[in-house]
Design a protein around this ligand. Sequence first.
Ligand SMILES: *Cc1c(COP(=O)(O)O)cnc(C)c1O
Length: 343
Amino acid sequence: MKIIDMRSDTVTNPTDKMRKAMFEAAVGDDVYGDDPTVKKLEELAAKAVGKEAALFVPSGTFGNQLAVFTHTNRGDEVIINEGNHIFQHEVGAASVISNVQLRIMQGKNGMLYPDQVKKAIRQEDIHFPNTGLICLENAHSCGAIVPLDNMSDIFDIARENNIPVHLDGARIFDAAVELGVDASEIAKYSDSVMYCLSKGLCAPVGSILAGSKEFISKALKNRKLMGGGMRQVGILAAAGIVALEDMVSELKKSHDNAKYLADKLSEIEGITVFYDRIDINMVFFTISQDVIEEDTLIKALKEQNIKMNGMDNGEYRLATHYYIEKEDIDNVVEVINNAINRG
Ligand SMILES: *Cc1c(COP(=O)(O)O)cnc(C)c1O
């Protein structure tokens, strides 16, 4: 029986085409710059977001932290939305690796507000840290796409103040496909961008950090410092090439399925779907404690071979992806409905 795994889009196994590409990949020692498959991926990857150069890195967290480390100096302050992955889900790495402090800003669905950012930028004063970086995230991990005019406003302010902007674009292609624009139209409001090959694009491992040639050559050395110099890593880059060439066009299906799932879930009494942030492949919702307890629900799903995470910050999340079909969603909704009505 098929296991329906909706914990995340990271659970996507490599496709058959990826496995074949990995098997056949030409490789070399990438620390010596000898791996032709990595070179090819990095070229494609830079182009895909309209940047001069790119680096293959082991994970999204690695790419984000490498960017923060490369842009900032010790003691700098980094302006970031309260919900961003770099602040919430990277184990406090920015303080450990880069010795920076994060300046947390509130803002709906991943936005930074221009007026607040202007106020937060530090002027020269003997008491103040230096504002070293502004971090954006799009698509945002709350499920929403940040409007491009908002990104543009923040980027203008950053430019006026000579502050670099890093974009956490783990799901940038989801945002691009949904907005009907090229990913470079999103990444142009940043100096560096990280994106994941290993989420909805189904590659087994790896992310990309892209930016100017100068930035990437600095990041190359910092990647080595962080232990991310990898050897015959063309084995993994081969899957990344398939991800970029074949899988971006598959993302729309997962978005349509997420909206279908949201509509089905919201018909169930006691479930509240957050409709203001179903822009990509994730549905966030709450279930009233009166209708079912968290443990009971997760267990009921597990018994039917359905995997879902417990609540995070009081919310459930179901993620659709390449391997989730419409029938799977019907199945999941039915199991949730039955569990609620039994309990
Ligand atoms: C998943 C994710 C990351 C980190 O990627 P890992 O490969 O899991 O380290 C960073 N930012 C966002 C927005 C993400 O969703």
